[in-house]
Design a binder for this molecule. Structure first.
Ligand SMILES: [Zn+2]
Length: 274
């Protein structure tokens, strides 16, 4: 299995994210490798073992409220991207939660203010520099969270999402003891796997469960994944220009399919938060 991992990760790492790197000081190829590593390990490990370690439980197994969607955008804020996302959300009157990376928020405080200037939106803590929590001590995990918390000045409910969704029982305990609600997702858009041209390589298709009719069709793929769950918390990222360009089309299609956009703090999502 290790060899398969190494080969697959080699394939994934060949995807070019060089153009994205210009938007922030983040190594997106590294982030993509972590995403693929997560899905590969999740798929190849016994469910009971994952459960016992509270690993990867960011993938919410419980049913979401029917026909309700809570949009979430991770890894920002990013100049040029955040503004475009906000404009599309406004057009559709869709509330969203932005899971903020502390070092990006420090670099772009104006964008944080812009998000919060629309009362429909929420911000959540997504660590300081997006490390893999499975590789950190609890002390280092806590400092990732508190450093970002001091910047976000969250009011109301404190929300946290694990980078890559990489939870553990120990970390869960620590995060909850600091009064955070942990937010996972029902639907992973796999936006990170689509290239600038909207294409996806064969290995990613298999990992993301892309069916033949949705090959190279980002919107079609995400809608099909949402239909499978009949709604839910949707994981999206601020990092990818292509999926941001497609956001208006995605939200329009979802509205046509009879879905409604809700806040993550709406009562009907309360059982989805930990
Ligand atoms: Zn992230």
């Amino acid at each position: 299995m290790k060899l398969v991992f190494a080969i697959l990760i080699g394939i994934f790492s060949s995807n070019s994210f060089a153009t994205e790197a210009s938007h922030a000081n983040t190594d997106y190829s590294k982030i993509q490798k972590q995403h693929t590593a997560r899905i590969l390990q999740q798929k190849s490990t016994n469910e009971e073992i994952l459960k016992a370690n509270c690993k990867y439980e960011s993938d919410i197994s419980e049913k979401p409220p029917a026909k309700k969607i809570a949009l979430t955008f991770d890894d920002g804020p990013i100049p040029g991207h955040t503004e475009d996302i906000l404009a599309v959300l406004k057009k559709h009157q869709a509330p969203a939660t932005f899971f903020i990376v502390g070092e990006h928020a420090k670099a772009h405080p104006r964008l944080l203010e812009l998000i919060l200037s629309d009362q429909h939106h929420l911000i959540g803590n997504h660590s300081w520099d997006h490390p893999n929590f499975h590789e950190l001590t609890v002390t280092d995990q806590l400092s990732e969270i508190t450093k970002t918390e001091s910047l976000l000045q969250e009011t109301g409910e404190k929300l946290f999402r694990y980078p890559f969704g990489n939870s553990s029982c120990e970390a869960n305990q620590m995060v909850k003891s600091h009064n955070y609600k942990i937010v996972g997702w029902h639907v992973d858009s796999c936006d990170w796997a689509f290239s600038q041209n909207g294409e996806m390589n064969i290995a990613d298709r298999a990992l993301c469960g892309v069916t033949p009719e949705n090959i190279d069709d980002y919107v079609g793929h995400v809608v099909s994944q949402i239909k499978k769950r009949n709604g839910g918390i949707v994981l999206l990222h601020e990092t990818h220009r292509y999926s941001i360009m497609k956001l208006d089309e995605l939200l329009t299609k979802l509205e046509q399919e009879g879905y409604q956009f809700s806040s993550i703090l709406d009562k009907e999502f309360s059982t989805s938060l930990k």
